[in-house]
Structures are given as structure tokens and as C-alpha cells.
Write a protein that binds this ligand. Structure first.
Ligand code: UDP
Ligand code: MG
Length: 328
């Protein structure tokens, strides 16, 4: 078949769908059915599904292996324990071999039929196609407003721009994924790393669905830590701000001291003032502790990076060839 965009000949593209699984046993059967159905509508494509089992303690692994033994397009990467979604996604991206790679959640909140739109846009020549949620009505009010606050904060204080209402669900070209693999940090805030790598980017809109089965793995505390991870990975403003705060406080103190000297010279010593002194001491004590805490956040991360531990450990990789091998 002739296709002018691609140097004359239409080639078959291999698309990798990378899915992290953490205790998702209930949704697995349906997930594979839907992804396979979605690819039937995409011409000139073959696909592989890279399933990363992120230390699930239910039947997720058994179910994945069951599917993988019957379908060579399904590969299973079993991690040695739960490393968290960012690490699981990294493992999946490292093992994906496709011309384009799509991270995908196991709970199918992102509808599989959107994959066709991503691929179509990518074929127009983009490096990255991001999928923006047209509305976030499937999320709670608190999650929506804290997310909005987080994006405003991180975009204001970091050099990169992380698009709002965009998750990990997107399509990346092989070159983009290879660039991503060059980033050596093991604290991996994926949305930030995606934005850092850049590339010619297109955008499509879709409506995000509520979770199919089970509950979200991201509690308020986990989300808070993810937000801290994002901010500390992409901005040093929280570290530097204390210099300015300290400078301004010192300047005010200097003028206040001058004022006190003048007043004492004219009116003599003024004994009352216990409440104001205590307020200032407590306030500055609190501010100093916050500053030290902020240092701690960065120091902890430097410590983690300095250890140079990998962000995940693979217990075993399963794909059909090795299963046949084992059976023989
Ligand atoms: N996930 C994972 N490891 C974890 C937590 C989550 O691999 O420690 C996976 C989970 O199985 C799902 C995806 O990450 O495929 C998104 O998780 P979830 O739906 O709980 O997040 P939310 O949609 O609420 O942001
Ligand atoms: Mg989800």
C-alpha cells in the first residue's frame, strides 16, 4: 500500500501498551478483551501488552500468566515486590519494544478505544500525543481542587510545564522512550520526566471513566508524597526561598533594633513586651524548623540518588517463548 507520509510504503507499526498492575485481579480478563478489540480498529498495526506485576498479593500474577500462555502478544514482568506505580511504569517502558509506547492503567479509567485516536495523531508525525481529560467528574471534589493547586504550584516554580488534566495515559514515539530511558534518576516522577523530555506534541481530548473494579491505590498521603516528589525533582525554589525570607527578616530586625535604640535613649528602658517577644521567638522558631525540614526533603532525595539503587528489581520476565521453553 502506498502512503506518501511514510516514504512511499505503509509499514506495520508495533505498538506497546504498558500496564502496571497492583492487586487488579478482578479487571484483568476484561482489560485484555477490550485492548484486543481496540486494536482491531487500527489498521497496519500489531501490538504487545507489557504487563508489570508490581508486587500484587492477590491472583493478579496467576491471571496474567494464564493470559500470557495463550497469547504471545502478552508479556509479563514480575517485580520482586511493590515498588510503586512510577517504578512499575519505568520497568514497563524499559521492556517495551514498540515503535510507539502507551502507558495504560489496569482499571481502564482511560477507555481503550482512545488508543486509535492516539495512534492516528502519532502517524501524522508527532513524537508525543497526550490525552487530556475533558472533565474530571469521575474524581472527587477534593482530588480535583488539590490537583489544580499542585499543577499551579509546580508550573509556577519549575522550568518545565506539566500539562494539567493529563495523566500517564499518552503515546510516545520510540525516540521519546529512548530519551526517557537515558534519564538516570531513580526518584521517578513520570509526569515531570515526560514533560522534561519534550518532543513535538499533539493533544487529544477524552472523558475519563470511574474505576471499573476495586479502589484507587492512591490515598491522600500517597498523593501528597507524589506531589512533594514532583516539586523537589523539578524545582529548587523551596530550598532557595529561605535565603530571601531570612534576608527580609534580618532587614526588618535591623530597623527594629535601630528603632529600639532610639526609643530607649529617649524614653528609657521599657519592661513590658513579654507577649511580643514570645510571639516573634515562636514564629521564627517555626520558620527555621520549616527551612530545616525543606533541607531534609532535598537531602533525603540526594541520599537516595547517591546510593544509586535501581528503581525496581525484576523477579522474572515471562513471555510465551520462555513458557514453552519451561514446559519442554
Ligand atoms: N499501581 C501500581 N503500583 C502501585 C499503585 C498503583 O502498579 O503501587 C497501578 C494500578 O494497578 C493501576 C495504576 O497504577 O493500574 C493506577 O492506579 P490507580 O487506579 O489506583 O490510581 P488513580 O487512577 O486513582 O490515580
Ligand atoms: Mg485509576
Amino acid at each position: 500500500m502506498i502512503d506518501s507520509r511514510r516514504g512511499g510504503w505503509t509499514l506495520t507499526d508495533l505498538i506497546s501498551v504498558v500496564v502496571p498492575f497492583f492487586n487488579e485481579e478482578d479487571g484483568i480478563d476484561n482489560l485484555f478483551i477490550e485492548i484486543c478489540a481496540a486494536f482491531e480498529t487500527i489498521p497496519n498495526s500489531v501490538f504487545e501488552i507489557i504487563c508489570v506485576n508490581d508486587g500484587s498479593h492477590d491472583l493478579t500474577l496467576a491471571k496474567l500468566l494464564n493470559h500470557a500462555s495463550g497469547d504471545p502478544r502478552i508479556k509479563v514482568i514480575d517485580l520482586s515486590r511493590n515498588f510503586g506505580k512510577e517504578a512499575a511504569l519505568t520497568a514497563g517502558l524499559d521492556h517495551a519494544t514498540g515503535d510507539a509506547v502507551i502507558p495504560f492503567d489496569a482499571d481502564m479509567q482511560d477507555p481503550p478505544n482512545v488508543i486509535a485516536q492516539l495512534v492516528e495523531k502519532w502517524r501524522e508525525g508527532y513524537d508525543v500525543v497526550i490525552a487530556r481529560r475533558a472533565d474530571r467528574s469521575s474524581d472527587s471534589y477534593v482530588k480535583r481542587s488539590t490537583a489544580a493547586l499542585f499543577y499551579r504550584a509546580i508550573n509556577a516554580i519549575s522550568d518545565i510545564t506539566i500539562p494539567e488534566n493529563v495523566g500517564d495515559f499518552r503515546l510516545m514515539s520510540r525516540a521519546t522512550v529512548d530519551a526517557l530511558k537515558l534519564l538516570p534518576e531513580n526518584c521517578r516522577f513520570m509526569k515531570g520526566l515526560f514533560a522534561w523530555v519534550g518532543g513535538r506534541t499533539a493533544e487529544i481530548e477524552y472523558v475519563r471513566q470511574p474505576r471499573n473494579e476495586g479502589n484507587s491505590k492512591f490515598s491522600g498521603w500517597r498523593l501528597w508524597n507524589l506531589a512533594l516528589e514532583g516539586i523537589t525533582s523539578f524545582s529548587t525554589l523551596p530550598l532557595r526561598i529561605w535565603t530571601y525570607f531570612g534576608g527580609i527578616t534580618a532587614l526588618f530586625t535591623f530597623f527594629y533594633a535601630l528603632f529600639l535604640i532610639v526609643r530607649t535613649t529617649i524614653h528609657g528602658v521599657d519592661v513590658p513586651g513579654y507577649a511580643s517577644i514570645l510571639t516573634v521567638v515562636l514564629f521564627l522558631g517555626g520558620v527555621q524548623l520549616m527551612g530545616i525540614g525543606m533541607l531534609g526533603e532535598y537531602l533525603g532525595r540526594i541520599y537516595n540518588e547517591a546510593k544509586r539503587r535501581p528503581s525496581y528489581i525484576v523477579r522474572k520476565v515471562y513471555f510465551q517463548k520462555s513458557l514453552e521453553h519451561e514446559a519442554a
